[in-house]
Design a protein around this ligand. Structure first.
Ligand SMILES: Cc1cc2nc3c(=O)[nH]c(=O)nc-3n(C[C@H](O)[C@H](O)[C@H](O)COP(=O)(O)O)c2cc1C
Length: 341
C-alpha cells in the first residue's frame, strides 16, 4: 500500500526559494508512488501560537487546525523542508509545527534543508532534528541539504544537477525503510518509541532482557553516555548485541594504502556517510564497551571485503570475518550486564 507522506514547508517569505525545494521533494515522492500532501504555511496563515490544537475542547478547534490534525494523524511519514535563518529554522515552520504534538507520534520524519550559501542549511537542520525528536517524530539519520538553492532547482523544482536525483534516492530509501517498519510495528501492536540517543533513555532501570543496537553507535556524539544508558535499562544478565562500522577493515586498509579515502566515514555534509560522527576499530570498540562495565562474551564481524570498489565478496569471506574480526566490515559484540545498575 502507498505510503502517506506529508511534506511541510517552512517559509512564507516574499520571493521564497523554499517552494522549489518543496516541489522537488513532492515530485520525488510522487515518482515513488507516495500519496503526498504539501502543507504550505502561506495557505494556512496560522496566527502566532496562542493555543495548541490539543488545548481546544474536542470539536472546538478552528477548521484549519482540525484539517491539519486529521492530516498529521493519517500520515505514515513527514518530510520537513527548512530554510536557514540565522542558523535556525524559520519562524513560520516552528510556529506551524508547535501547534501540534501527539498528532506526530510514532512516525518518522526526514529533513530537507536549503540555503543560499554552500552549507545547505545544515545548521538549521541540526536544531530542527532536536525539535522533531521532542515532537515524537524523530528524524531519520540522513538529511538532504541543498546548497545554493537559487542555482540548484528551477521554479518547478526540477534539479539543475542530475546528482540531486541520485542523492534523493538514497535519502528516500531510508525514509521508506523507517516509515514501513514503524507502520508494520504499529499494525502488529508492537510498541515502538522514537528516542533521542544523546539524552537519557525514557525507560526504567533493569527493564529489558536484551538490546540490539545495530548501526547506532556511529551516529552518537556522547557514546559513553549512550552505553551507560544501555547498561542501566538492561536487566542483570541481560544481553547487549551491538555493531560498529570498522574503520580498519581490510578494504579500508587497501583503500588508504592506495591513497583512497576510507569508506564509512565522511569529510563533508554532502557525502554518503556524513551522518557518522564516530568511527571504531576492534580495539576502540571493545575498549568503549568494557569501560561501561559490560562483560564482553564474543567479538565477531560480518565478512571481510576483498574488493575495494564493491562489497561483492566470496561466500567464505564471512567465515574469515569470524576468525579475524579486526579486518571485517562490521564489528559485532555480544556483551552481558553482570551487576545491578
Ligand atoms: C532572516 C534571514 C536569515 C538568514 N540567515 C542565513 C543563515 O544563517 N545561513 C545561511 O546560509 N543563509 C541565511 N539566509 C539566506 C537564506 O538561506 C536564503 O535567503 C534562503 O533562500 C531562504 O529561504 P526562503 O527563500 O525559502 O525564505 C538568511 C535569510 C534570511 C531571510
Amino acid at each position: 500500500m502507498a505510503l502517506k507522506t506529508v511534506v511541510i514547508l517552512g517559509s512564507v517569505r516574499e520571493g521564497r526559494q523554499g517552494i522549489k525545494a518543496a516541489r522537488f521533494i513532492v515530485n520525488a515522492l510522487k515518482k515513488r508512488k507516495h500519496s503526498v500532501t504539501l502543507v504550505d504555511p502561506e495557505e494556512y496563515e496560522l496566527p502566532l501560537l496562542k493555543k495548541m490544537y490539543k488545548q481546544y475542547e474536542k470539536g472546538k478547534a478552528p477548521r484549519k487546525l482540525e484539517k491539519l490534525a486529521k492530516l498529521f494523524r493519517s500520515a505514515d511519514a513527514f518530510v520537513i523542508v527548512t530554510a536557514e535563518y540565522n542558523h535556525s529554522p524559520p519562524p513560520a515552520l516552528m510556529n506551524l509545527l508547535d501547534h501540534f504534538l501527539e498528532e506526530y507520534f510514532f512516525r518518522p520524519s526526514a529533513i530537507v534543508s536549503y540555503s543560499a550559501g554552500i552549507f545547505g542549511g545544515v545548521r538549521a537542520a541540526s536544531h530542527l532534528r532536536d525539535a522533531l525528536a521532542e515532537m515524537g517524530m524523530s528524524a531519520i539519520p540522513s538529511s538532504f541539504p541543498i546548497s545554493k538553492i537559487q542555482n540548484s532547482l528551477d521554479e518547478k523544482g526540477k534539479p539543475l544537477d542530475e546528482k540531486m536525483n541520485q542523492r534523493v534516492k538514497k535519502f528516500l530509501d531510508e525514509l521508506e525503510w523507517y516509515a514501513k517498519a514503524l507502520k508494520e510495528a504499529g499494525q502488529r501492536g508492537i510498541k515502538t518509541f522514537q528516542v533521542e540517543l544523546e539524552k537519557n533513555l525514557p525507560f526504567e532501570n533493569d527493564f529489558f532482557d536484551a538490546l540490539w543496537c545495530s548501526r547506532t553507535l556511529e551516529h552518537v556524539f556522547n557514546t559513553e553516555h549512550f552505553l551507560k544508558e544501555c547498561y542501566r535499562i538492561l536487566k542483570v544478565k541481560g544481553i547487549l548485541l551491538i555493531t560498529a562500522d570498522n574503520i580498519c577493515s581490510f578494504v579500508n586498509r587497501i583503500r588508504v594504502f592506495f591513497g583512497l579515502y576510507p569508506l564509512r566515514v565522511s569529510f563533508s555534509e554532502n557525502e554518503r556517510y556524513a551522518q557518522h560522527v564516530r568511527c571504531f576499530n576492534k580495539k576502540s570498540f571493545t575498549e568503549i564497551i568494557k569501560r561501561t562495565d559490560f562483560n564482553i562474551e564474543k567479538i565477531t564481524s560480518d565478512f571481510i571485503c576483498f574488493n575495494p570498489r564493491s562489497y561483492n565478496s566470496p561466500p567464505w569471506s564471512a567465515s574469515l570475518g569470524k576468525i579475524i574480526p579486526s579486518l571485517g566490515e562490521t564489528l559485532i559484540i555480544k556483551a552481558r550486564k553482570t551487576e545491578k545498575y
